[in-house]
Design a protein around this ligand. Sequence first.
Ligand SMILES: O=C(O)CCC(=O)C(=O)O
Ligand SMILES: [Fe+2]
Length: 364
Amino acid sequence: MEPPAHLTSRRQRKIWEQQQKDNAAKRHKPHHDPFRTLERHFKAPHPSMEDVIDLHAPHDKLIAVPLAHPLTSDVFGPQITSQTAYIVKDIPGLIVIPNPFSPEAQRAMIAQCLTDFARPPNTSNHDAFFKIPETGLWPLYVAEQSGAKSIPTVPPKEKSQGAFLANSLLSPTDMLRKQRWVTLGYQYHWGTKEYDLERDIKVPSTVGEMAVDVVTAIQGIGGEGWTNSYQANDFAAEAGVINYYQIKDTLMAHVDKSELNMEAPLVSASFGLSCIYLLGGPTKETPPVALRLSSGDIIVMTGACRKAYHGVPRILEGTLPDYLGSDAFGDQLDGELLGKWMNSTRINLNIRKVFPSSTSLETP
Ligand SMILES: O=C(O)CCC(=O)C(=O)O
Ligand SMILES: [Fe+2]
């Protein structure tokens, strides 16, 4: 279309042309892929939970499957009451195990995720800027909460950053609140999206044991057109991530594809507050399912699901089980603070194999 005749100056005509273009762009609605659409749904206030699959309620997409081997690890508690797994219709490769942990076993895992596991040499998002003490942040937080006269602070990493950070030194409580992740085993660098294979740090033994037990239990499980044929003997827990979520925190859609071994299952456990977990397919065009994951629930991404988009658009406030609440961890200050912390926290612990397994390279 030509600019109207009354616009005579070159400048006016240019402005008019630009306006036409802008209006055309506005008319052309942006394309929201199905993953993004559902993410936005769950980020909005009071989303409908209608289509959410709760691992603890019957759903026509949840199909019970027998475990190949029962779970046996003490990590789940002295006796494991639940030995049921489910596959999820339309999501090949996804295997879920609703909470097999005893309350004590969950408390033990949570306490370790907040204390021992979150200490050097394991690194956290804070390591780029701060020199985290050997004790990790938790004892500093406890000291601060106990009303200690001199509140310990965490020093910045380098002198050059010191000047900048001196003005923004955070209290241990704030530091802990902003601790979003800790890496276990081979340390992952989110910036370069690579593992530091030089530093052979071990995944904590209880975490490794849990993952191996789960991988053994689900060997051979399958659904329509797929089977998890991954041999548990080939599995070892070589790396892990602990994600810490406060109520407003989310994790955007992504695929975990930095491991050299993309065939091995990824084992992922939830503790504390429940969440909405979206799981789709190889692109964000595959409409995801929405799962409600509660404390103790385990999901395993095998086969095709290992390469599927997933994310956490919402943490569900007020969903902490009583057995993790303020009195549950004991009446010492440390215990009280663990329960109080969990009232606004979800912890996700996920475990991966990084290297291709040596046995699978052998010719039969
Ligand atoms: O928090 C979760 O359940 C998922 C975490 C996750 O996807 C990851 O760490 O890659
Ligand atoms: Fe992930």
